[in-house]
Design a protein around this ligand. Sequence first.
Ligand SMILES: NC(=O)NCCC[C@H](N)C(=O)O
Length: 410
Amino acid sequence: MTQTSIPHGADSEVGTLQTVMLHRPGPELKRLTPRNNDKLLFDGIPWVARAQEEHDAFAEALRARNVEVLYLTDLLTETLASPDARNHAITTGLAGLHLGDTMRTYLAHALRDASPEELTGYLTAGIRNDEVRGGFGLVTSLFASDDFLIDPLPNLLFTRDSSVWIQDRVAITSLAMPARSRETQLTELIYTEHPRFRGTRKIHGWHHEHVEGGDVLLLAPGVIAVGVGERTTPAGVERLARQVFHADLAHTVLAVPIAQERATMHLDTVCTMVDVDKIVMYPNVADSLRAYAVTVADRGERDTDLVLDVADAEPFLVAAAKAMEIDTLHQIDTGLDPVTAEREQWDDGNNTLALAPRVAVAYERNDETNDRLEEAGIEVVRIAGSELGSGRGGPRCMSCPIAREPLPVD
Ligand SMILES: NC(=O)NCCC[C@H](N)C(=O)O
């Protein structure tokens, strides 16, 4: 397969969206049970057929706005057509699993014999003990029949978290929760081996300190906010900052502490950009959200030689406006009544996906937030999310922008 090189990248959250990577929910969601849903980071057991309908409608809403929709599993299957990529996927996929030599050796052979489509299925939906046809031994006998030899990846749905484009580079993230850590092996493989992305320069990586894409907001060209909480660590932000400064992808990184709890697992669960100077934000944190502006004090040869300047913490909106060189970053809130705001924040009311300045996709259920967005002049493209929402993620979480038009320079 050959492909001419297509420009990819994004310098903001709101430039007109051109290409996005989604993951249509599939067999991996059918692996969820009341016994494993907590460990697999789902709040319930979704009705898979309905989740697929909702997701198809989401993809259609994007295509209707001329957005090219790529699916992660299609890209993965195309990638796995290459023998080198297959070997790499199998070796890295099995390396971290504690299966014993008998089962690991059997699985390595069985996966090598699988077609690219089948291999994609095994790597994303996992393999249960009662689904293998060989490698029988102690592991087979002592595992329960429905124990997973390879765990499923139901959170692939949230493509935002496993890679982030910053200008023309892609950051392979490092996911904090064990249930998700294998996802970035797949995104790394796609961006390394798929003909469409070959030659793309990468930063970060799954072997580095934890950074999740849901915490990374491209506030404006050159200004990146990174949430630090349950998923992204202080050392993760420092590592990312060094790399983006070294590659001249940004001049300021704002490190934004957020509560280490599930409701606020990523910065994009409390705020997302909907225009070049407007952000929808959970009012219950708006007053307390603070940011440490990180800039370069002195350059060096390598990213590790950079001397970073870390300013004292300031209110987030103040620090952001300063770094973005605008008078005010206007806040649209999720309703002033704290209980409504809390309900809509939990249901991803703040988690919007901008298709262009002042156009955003949002879950239809968050009436109050959506009304407030419209009052502020934002066109809201409403989508259903009754089943999709059971994984606790909204339109932004479910999308990885691969190309956005650059914002005009004034
Ligand atoms: N950016 C996001 O907020 N992503 C949502 C991730 C939800 C997923 N169930 C998780 O817990 O990681």
